[in-house]
Design a protein. Structure first.
Length: 395
């Protein structure tokens, strides 16, 4: 079918590729062509495609029970919430179906906390330039990307953006109306920018000083992506609230808002909800993802592979200084700042059968599955070398 005949709303510029099956880090098209998937469905396929244990968890649950709604207790949900809380700062979890819904829930919890603690005037959330929190109106307002808000009517109020990652700049924005600060420890869509452990620690201290909340959006950088279960662990501090999604479902739609007791306990019956959020199928898969990812050996593998990949990338950068400016990100959340349009690089890599993703600030984003092997990284590095050589030859 040509694009003009499609009944799919044209919100995406899709590559002319139709995948029908996958295994590990590999995807196969309708016509049997294999691609190395270093995009992982935008940091979603934590364990690659068709992982045995995730398949088993989904199959077992699908034969028992799919959905009951949150009008009833859901054992699979409780089990996953226990696992997430045991592994983090959190005491309470609200499950969602997506990252935007998790970001939205995080924003609501941050405001409600102050409303329930005698400070209903505290509603403003401070976000950062280059942030991305999803496509709901509030998530867009929080990130403040005007291009994404354009044409969608009045944006929700109570959001301000800090133009730079500087403590002084953030502190200037704090007044009696501020509820908290929202930040991705490693910005994803904005250009794979690690905000740095020192900055995260400074923000924690600033929030404590002003009695406001610190909210992390780890939708992209969480669940092992940086080599720790959560990216903020590198900074040795904790937030009050955190949104996760993408990697936690390993491909099944699932997200969550994690909070401290003090914040989450204000979300009493009737304050918030989600019909599908945390349904048995999603939570059974999420628990299987957690069981695989949340252990020292697995996270050590992520760190080893990241080091190996980044060593190769450092050399690649030296040899292709006409293509790339620097390597960014943390762990297996890799960004290459491009010197020509990143879309050229994504296309050239696709010709080499390597899938990657563009990001803001003209960055090429590379997000392998976390169980990637050294051999697969070697293949990707070769593809990068080839793509650069061909682009150069075409000039
Ligand atoms: C992808 C993303 C979101 C939105 O997730 P969706 O599942 O697309 O709604 C929110 N925050 C960050 C940091 C993301 O990378």
């Amino acid at each position: 079918m040509s694009a003009g005949d499609s009944h799919i709303m044209p919100t995406y510029n899709r590559a002319p590729l139709r995948f029908v099956r996958g295994e590990g880090a590999w995807l196969e098209t309708e016509t049997g062509e294999k691609y190395l998937d270093f995009g992982s469905g935008v940091a979603v396929n934590t364990l690659g495609h068709a992982h045995e244990k995730l398949n088993a968890a989904l199959k077992a649950q699908s034969e028992k029970l799919w959905h009951v709604s949150n009008l009833y207790q859901i054992p699979e949900q409780e089990k996953l919430a226990d696992a997430l809380c045991d592994a983090s700062f959190a005491d309470l979890v609200f499950f969602t179906n997506s990252g935007a819904e998790a970001a939205e829930g995080m924003i609501k919890a941050m405001r409600k906390y102050h409303a329930e603690n005698g400070a209903p005037e505290k509603v403003t959330l401070i976000g950062f330039a280059g942030a991305f929190h999803g496509r709901t109106l509030a998530a867009l307002a929080a990130a403040g990307n005007q291009a994404y808000l354009e044409g969608f009517g009045p944006a929700p109020q109570g959001f301000v953006q800090c133009p730079e990652l500087s403590l002084a700049a953030v502190e200037k924005l704090i007044d009696e109306k501020v509820a908290g600060i929202l930040i991705e420890p490693v910005q994803g869509e904005g250009g794979v920018r690690d905000v740095g452990t020192a900055f995260l620690r400074d923000l924690r201290a600033l929030c404590d000083k002003h009695d406001i909340l610190l909210g992390f959006d780890e939708v992209q950088c969480g669940i092992g992506r940086t080599g720790k279960l959560f990216a903020h662990e590198w900074a040795d501090i904790t937030p009050d609230v955190m949104a996760i999604a993408k990697g936690i479902g390993g491909g099944f739609p699932l997200g969550a808002v994690l909070t401290t007791q003090a914040v989450g306990s204000v979300m009493q019956p009737g304050t918030h909800g989600s019909t599908y959020g945390g349904n048995p199928l999603a939570c059974a898969v999420g628990a299987a993802v957690m069981a695989e990812v949340n252990n020292e050996a697995f996270l050590a593998h992520v760190q080893d592979m990241a080091l190996y990949f980044r060593q190769h990338l450092a050399r690649l950068l030296e040899e292709n200084s006409d293509m790339f400016e620097d390597v960014r990100g943390r762990g297996l959340m890799v960004g290459l700042k491009c010197k020509r349009p990143n879309t050229d690089l994504v296309a050239a890599l696709r010709d080499e059968k390597l899938l990657s993703i563009g990001a803001g600030d003209n960055v090429l984003r590379i997000l392998p599955p976390l169980n990637v092997t050294q051999d697969e990284i070697n293949i990707a590095v070769t593809a990068l070398e080839q793509a650069c050589a061909k682009l150069r030859a075409g000039d």
